[in-house]
Write a protein that binds this ligand. Structure first.
Ligand SMILES: [Zn+2]
Length: 465
């Protein structure tokens, strides 16, 4: 080979390398995380009452992963068909995945899967968690992320959104819905679908509290619909589900117009298909989007543990979670002794912000109220509220000024409801002239949760230490 040929080859190689460095690479993979039913251990189902033991598997539960790589950085976004996944579990997953800029694990908040938090065992004093199962899920998530990483290939991306308020029931006043679905489609070099990420805001609890068959609820049917239609892997991410956005009481009709019964598999499947069709609509109007460069930021945050039931749960060992000593600083706290019961305690969690080029994503560790995402906190507050003078929290979507935004809820933790402080309403008189309190506060760490998390997110995006 002559010198000139060598130079030409070198130039070609350099051009090739430059093209590769500029490309976004994306890979998908999944793992079946369905617990074994009918073995030596009962599977306690999460999300409603105690002692709901699974009798069979209706459809499998999955961990679904997408890995995005660019310019030496790589992030993994993982969705699990579970009610929640604590930060300690996520930390163990991350420890097994060195080399990643950021690993996010978000639960769909499935109410028809196993108890992974401890709150739904045989009785209020017994955890429903099978620790061996949790370890197994951690390992499977790691495997799925590694497989997605290995499968990554150059792609282009398109993003679209679509709204459907009719697919959501808001079970708590004030009625504010986050009714926008976001879908991102990746296309490979031959313009063939390489994968889809879809994000929607609804409790997966369509099958209700009486069902005893394990299922991914509507999410499984949405993923199936999109996988069959586009012949590519799909990752479904749960967004804003507090406040309370649910599929329950949403009137769902079959193709002939017949209303399908509440709590049925027919309604659940149809609802899943309707969300899939909403994603179709979003994708039909999708426009090319630049998802590079990649940047990720996280921050540890401490939340005062005011919830008496959670304190009790910790005492009796139902809620297994390291507590910290609350010293008034949301960014700093020392671990508390396991027997500590007198001093004020707090929990450690994490907020995250991810920028993928023109798309910004908020990673919020629980069930945030739509008011806090969309800047629609009630103003003025209802005089019946417990803290009507509390300032309106800085809204999540207000902090992200890029062209596209996405909310990822139950991200890297599940701390329960994140309620605007001036909408907190446990004590009489009650808001909206109600005779009794609305549901929500009993599943929140406390009234300071929203002010602290929203400010922490604002500080994080603003680069404030
Ligand atoms: Zn919930």
């Amino acid at each position: 080979m002559t010198q000139r040929c060598l130079t030409a080859v070198a130039v070609l190689l350099m051009v090739g390398a430059a093209a590769r460095a500029a490309d976004l690479e994306v890979g998908f993979a999944g793992a079946d995380i369905t617990p074994k039913v009918g073995g030596d251990k009962p599977v306690y189902m999460a999300g409603f009452g105690h002692n709901r033991v699974a009798t069979k598997v209706h459809d499998p539960l999955f961990a679904r992963a997408v890995v995005l790589k660019h310019d030496g950085r790589k992030v993994a976004l993982v969705s699990v068909d579970l009610v929640g996944f604590f930060h300690a579990n996520v930390t163990r997953v991350r420890d097994s995945l060195p080399g990643f800029t950021y690993v996010l694990v978000s639960s769909t908040h499935n109410h028809e899967g196993p108890d992974t938090l401890g709150l739904w065992g045989q009785n209020p004093f017994k955890s429903g968690v099978d620790k061996d199962y949790l370890r197994d899920v951690e390992e499977k998530i790691v495997k799925a992320v590694k497989a997605a990483d290995a499968a990554a290939k150059p792609v282009s991306a398109a993003l679209g959104t679509a709204k459907a308020p009719e697919l959501l029931h808001d079970a708590r006043e004030p009625y504010v819905k986050h009714d926008e679905l976001t879908a991102v489609q990746f296309l490979d070099g031959d313009r063939k679908p390489a994968g889809i990420v879809v994000q929607w805001n609804c409790h997966p609890e369509t099958l209700g509290s009486k069902n005893t068959q394990l299922s991914a609820d509507f999410v499984g049917f949405t993923v199936k619909y999109l996988t069959d239609k586009y012949h590519c892997p799909v990752v479904y991410l749960t967004g804003t589900v507090g406040g309370l956005l649910t599929s329950m009481h949403v009137e769902v009709k079959d193709v002939k117009g017949k209303v399908l019964p509440e709590d049925s598999f027919e309604k659940t499947e149809r609802y899943g298909v309707l969300v899939g069709e909403l994603a179709d609509k979003a994708l039909a109007g999708a426009k090319a989007v630049k998802l590079t460069p990649i940047e990720a930021r996280t921050r540890a945050v401490f939340l005062p543990l005011d919830n008496k039931l959670y304190q009790l749960g910790r005492k009796v060992g139902v809620l297994e979670r390291q507590a910290f000593l609350w010293a008034g600083d949301p960014y700093k706290a020392e671990p508390a002794d396991a027997t500590e019961t007198k001093k004020p305690l707090c929990l450690k969690t994490e907020v995250g912000w991810l920028r993928l080029g023109d798309l910004e994503a908020a990673a919020i560790p629980g069930e945030i109220y739509p008011e806090l995402v969309l800047d629609k906190v009630q103003d003025p507050a209802d005089p019946g509220a417990d803290f009507p003078e509390a300032p309106v929290e800085p809204a999540i979507y207000k902090q992200m000024r890029g062209p596209h935004r996405m909310m990822i809820g139950l991200a890297n933790d599940e701390v329960g409801y994140i309620i605007p402080k001036r909408q907190w309403d446990e004590k009489p008189p009650f808001c909206y002239d109600r005779k009794k309190a609305q549901y929500g506060e009993e599943n929140s760490v406390g009234p300071e949760t929203a002010p602290i998390l929203c400010k922490a997110f604002k500080d994080l995006v603003g680069g404030k230490k």
